[in-house]
Ligand binder design. Structure first.
Ligand code: MN
Length: 302
């Protein structure tokens, strides 16, 4: 059994993304104290920034995971090796299921004055991780008010409503606004663990204050939590059933063994047909870095 990780606030670390502009990303998962929340295994938060081309990332591959692209401000064009060309705007969801292998690029376009969003990954369970890749875009997502909250549900089920996005393990993902002087009790599924990522404003969770960019973790077993704000806030709620498989996450790949990761890396760096070519307005592709000298092992949650 995995060790129980207590409720705690995780601070982001700053990561330079491989973009032309080199903007800073705040990464909270994976964290040295916590690898995953349900199947959520990667949480990158970028902006707000007025650099319009902040998120220009050339072609790169993914295997064994889903990417979930969610914006608060801005416009990003996604292109991939299935031939998809799809813009994503605030309130819309781009979800790419990499399965056996896909490559994609992301280009932020001029629209709003700011770019601000999250790039999230979920690990696919063993039974689905070799599936054919798929891409989908959703614009009809549940949006509702509850007390001083406005909730936009993009993944899974919450308060009896459901996102149309196809997922492969029990998960939830929602953007939530809390009003100025807002106070609300949020019902939780006690089988889920949760994280709350603060992306603007001030927020108290169970009476403890978190800061911009923090991810507050709540282990499974809680049936509700108390939220309070003075000036109002926006946050992302992520949750899921604890993911009981050990995974090996390296660069843009998720596998189970070092040998699998080596094959993925070689297939990408040799531009094999596992990752069909596509054209975009960025050009070029990002090669995988060298593998570390030490052997990689799959890991559970801590
Ligand atoms: Mn990507």
């Amino acid at each position: 059994m995995s060790e129980i990780i207590p409720e705690q606030t995780l601070s982001p670390r700053i990561v330079k993304l491989t973009t032309r502009t080199g903007i800073d990303i705040r990464r909270t998962l994976p964290h040295r104290r916590l690898r995953m929340i349900g199947a959520w295994c990667f949480v990158d938060h970028y902006g707000p920034t007025d650099q319009q081309d902040a998120m220009s990332v050339a072609a790169h591959p993914h295997v064994g995971l889903q990417t979930v692209s969610w914006l608060f401000e801005g416009l990003i064009e996604h292109r991939d090796s299935l031939g998809s060309i799809q813009g994503v705007s605030p309130g819309e969801l781009n979800i790419m299921t990499a399965g056996h292998g896909i490559s994609h690029s992301e280009l932020s376009l001029d629209s709003a004055s700011q770019v601000h969003g999250v790039q999230l990954w979920t690990a696919l369970p063993d039974s689905n991780r070799n599936m054919k890749p798929t891409f989908s875009h959703h614009r009809d997502l549940p949006r509702f008010k509850m007390d001083s909250l406005v909730i936009q549900l993009f993944i899974g089920e919450f308060m009896g409503l459901r996102s149309p996005a196809k997922m492969y393990s029990p998960l939830v993902g929602a953007e939530i606004d809390i009003a100025r002087h807002g106070s609300a009790k949020l019902n939780l599924n006690a089988d889920f663990e949760y994280g709350i990522l603060l992306v603007s404003g001030d927020l108290g969770i169970n009476k403890s204050e978190i800061s911009f960019g923090d991810l507050h973790y709540i282990p499974s077993g809680s049936s509700d939590l108390q939220l309070d704000s003075v000036d109002g806030a926006k946050f992302v709620l992520l949750g899921g059933e604890p993911f009981n498989e050990k995974i090996l996450m390296w660069w843009n790949f998720i596998g189970r063994t070092q040998e699998e990761i080596e094959v993925m890396r070689n297939d990408w760096n040799s531009q094999s047909e596992r990752f069909p070519k596509f054209t975009d307005r960025i050009g070029g592709w990002i090669p995988a870095p060298d593998l570390p000298k030490v052997r990689l092992f799959p890991r559970g949650n801590s």
